[in-house]
Design a protein around this ligand. Sequence first.
Ligand SMILES: [Zn+2]
Ligand SMILES: [Zn+2]
Length: 343
Amino acid sequence: MPIIDYKCPNCGSDMAFDSATGTLLCGSCGRSDDIERIADPLVNLVFTEGEVREYHCRSCGAVIMTEAETTATLCSFCGSAVVLADRLSGKLAPAKVIPFTISKEEAIQAFKKWCKNGRLTPRGFMSANRIKSITGMYVPFWLYDLHNKVEVHGQGTKVRSYTSGDYEYTETSHFRIYRKIRVNYSGLPVDAAEKMNDELMDKLEPFHYDQLKIFKTPYLAGYIAEKYSYDHKQLIPRMKGRVSEYIDDYIQSTVSEYSSVSITDRPIETHIKQADYVLLPVWVIHYNHKNLEHSFAMNGQTGKVVGKPPISKAKVTAWFAGISGVSLLSLKLISWMIGGMFW
Ligand SMILES: [Zn+2]
Ligand SMILES: [Zn+2]
């Protein structure tokens, strides 16, 4: 059966990945195994084609509830960590993984702090138990290594003002802009899970890729993991969208000497050098507010937090009354806070 679980060789209890030590840890006797030294059973497994319909927990025999994308989960009856090996082999085998370094307790503390810091959070928001679920999830991403060639065409102006006698002169010079740029990106991440919000996932960056480990299944023990819904070819349009944003920023940095710039054309030629399938750690908290569900996500490696806090309209109005008229900047800040906080 294509199920892998992790029983302690000393005492037979369940072992799980421990974010504090980065090892496979037994909660009962404290045995701790270095994952890099564990021979990964996946290496020796060969699966016949065809979808497995039902997985059974090897500890209690119960049917394991999974979605089509699930690759690691917990038995909902006995809590054993299980890995669905057939969904992690062959072309579904991740190349690398960044293990969790933020624990569940740390994620909950960060969520509470985030709620408290939100000055516009409704009164009493944190007094109720809002957390509906907290999930440590390895989200599938493609990391692209890219070579890009860009030809930039446009116009720029330089404006100079000076006074001579009784007159003020403004002199505008026009320039034709042409730039030929080569930009390489290594490890540009694009999330490959259909159910994850793309914007939210983009905001979780950066991850520190120097911590990428060769993928082994024990890293998933005790967490939820999913396989990719889109392969690296299907994600090319989204990858190109991200590349053009980066390149536009870069182009701006090369034309900063002009007073005004208008880019008329900038064809980008992108060549994919490599695309690696990796799993990245994310804490997802679903919480209730006014019977609506909201999500809070946290980078499971760096602790960076993203999400949209619930906002009290009364508090916004009071705050606005207090500072309105101060400056245009404040108004901009408010619209930013109301409209797009953290998103
Ligand atoms: Zn043990
Ligand atoms: Zn079970």
